[in-house]
Design a binder for this molecule. Structure first.
Ligand code: FAD
Length: 448
């Protein structure tokens, strides 16, 4: 066990409450609010641009490493009420992997995970649990789209919103997702003041997210529709990942078995920095999926047949950032705003939750926050940035393996043993999500 001590200057307690403004009420922003609610001397205002706090109606999986954090935040009972599976600490099968881009598929392997494996949730249920646990003393605002911020003479952050309103806070947390306005404002300001043209260009080059070459198609299928079409479909009892060259499909039950989460992916690994024209999300005709999976095995065709027109999603990622925090202003990024990655580790939301947990612990521990804020933020950056960058790299490598590509392994896709080796490389990249925990004790000892 590694102990990393985070030491801060001890000074007298200040009486005034420290005000945190959180831009973005997704999983990252609401988890940050929840984690900060453990400290009575911190007040939080959450500003969400949408007209309500909501999530798209698809599934999300949470691994044991993040489940431990959610338990510590007091969410276990409420989350288990909306979870499909009951808790288990044993080794459990996660996904069954098949090579499916042929009429008769090949069973490759079943991946086992320790400590209960992946807990699937319906995203709106998950978000509701977070909302229900926020204290009344916190203010939640909707229809508040941040457009920019500036710094006041006293050092507080002045936020400007699209409806011509203003608000202030002592610390601004940018949890506003992949297209983050906080990231844009922060890096524009850093580039303006860095005094070096090539450095400024470098900083600005990370403002816009880039297309990963992956397109996702997402939908949920009513279980009764699928079972009429394909009685005893394998995914009713075993979450399955169907693999093929340049495309793959994941399906598993959610919402206490009422629905099946369906996610299909097509991948372009043949070009560097592929460009995506058009809207990032749209509704695609189901025929696009039928074309993509023509000739695949029957269990995949049945899933495609039973989806409606799916939500099509060009998966963009945030380039590795030089920092998750401002060098001299009380502004910090978390979640997808700082490290949106390809979704092939099942950890994007988990990463946002880890960010929120660590940031809150650092802020909560120190009572004279205003004096030490820039240093505290740099500690957060130190802990989270290299880790998140590594997760993004692993996630891309896992995605490649699912589309039957590999950067470091020669394999013949017609040989079972080679396919098993490919999946073993994924298992090794993944195992930290069930093999490790992240906990901070009362003395701000980070136990990893
Ligand atoms: C296909 C796919 C599958 C995935 N599956 C999983 C999975 O199984 N497990 C997992 O852990 N992760 C998964 N992820 C990743 C996960 O969904 C994201 O990483 C996570 O939702 C990020 O949360 P966030 O709060 O940082 O950002 P978001 O969820 O994007 O929330 C940002 C919020 O900020 C608001 N906002 C934006 N701009 C402004 C503004 N200017 N002012 C105010 N508010 C604003 C938005 O409306 C939104 O509510 C998946 C991702 C994809 C694409």
């Amino acid at each position: 066990m590694v102990y990393l001590y985070l030491l801060f200057r001890k000074t007298a307690m200040s009486n005034s409450k420290f005000k945190v403004g959180i831009c973005g009420g997704g999983i990252g922003g609401l988890c940050a609010a929840l984690a900060l609610s453990r400290y009575d001397d911190i007040d939080v205002d959450v500003y969400e641009s949408a007209s309500s706090f909501s999530e798209v109606g698809v599934g999300i999986g949470i691994w044991p490493r993040v489940w431990q954090i959610l338990k510590e935040l007091g969410l276990e009972d409420a989350l288990l009420k909306v979870a499909l599976e009951q808790p288990s600490n044993s080794e459990v099968p996660t996904f069954n992997y098949r090579k499916s881009d042929q009429t008769s598929g090949i069973d490759i392997t079943t991946m086992y995970a320790k400590s209960g494996g992946l807990k699937p949730f319906y995203r709106p249920d998950f978000l509701n649990v977070l909302l229900q646990h926020l204290p009344d003393r916190f203010n939640l605002y909707v229809e508040k789209r941040l457009t920019s911020y500036t710094l006041s003479a006293t050092g507080s952050v002045e936020m400007q919103f699209a409806n011509n309103t203003l608000a202030t806070c002592d610390l601004l947390i940018g949890a506003d997702g992949i297209k983050s306005t906080v990231r844009r404002t922060l890096f524009t300001r850093e580039a303006q003041h860095c005094g070096d043209e090539s450095r400024a260009t470098e900083i600005k080059s990370t403002i816009d997210a880039v297309w990963s070459g992956i397109t996702a198609y997402r939908s949920v299928i009513p279980t009764d529709v699928l079972s009429k079409h394909y009685p005893n479909h394998p995914i009713f009892t075993q979450p399955t990942h169907y693999l093929g060259r340049n495309a793959h499909v994941i399906a598993y039950p959610i919402a206490q078995g009422r629905l099946v989460n369906f996610a299909a992916f097509s991948a372009r690994y043949d070009v560097d920095n592929p460009k995506f024209e058009g809207p990032w999300t749209s509704t695609a005709p189901k025929d696009e999926l039928k074309d993509l999976f023509a000739g695949w095995e029957p269990s995949v065709l049945a899933l495609v047949e039973c989806t409606g027109d799916p939500l099509k999603w060009a998966i963009h990622t945030v380039k590795p950032l030089h920092s998750f925090v401002s060098s001299n202003e009380p502004v910090v990024l978390l979640g997808d705003a700082s490290h949106a990655c390809e979704p092939f580790q099942g950890v994007g939301a988990g990463q946002a939750i880890e960010d929120a947990y660590i940031l809150a612990a650092i802020l909560g521990h120190q009572k004279t926050r205003k004096d030490n804020l820039i240093h505290m933020l740099s500690v957060y950056d130190e802990i989270r940035r290299s880790f998140a960058t590594d997760v993004a790299r692993r996630s891309r490598a896992a995605g490649k393996a699912f589309a039957l590509h590999s950067e470091d392994l020669y394999f013949d896709p017609s040989k079972l043993q080679d396919l098993q080796q490919l999946l073993e490389s994924v298992r090794q990249r993944w195992e930290y999500v069930w093999d490790s925990t992240l906990r901070i004790d009362g003395n701000l000892k980070l136990i990893v």
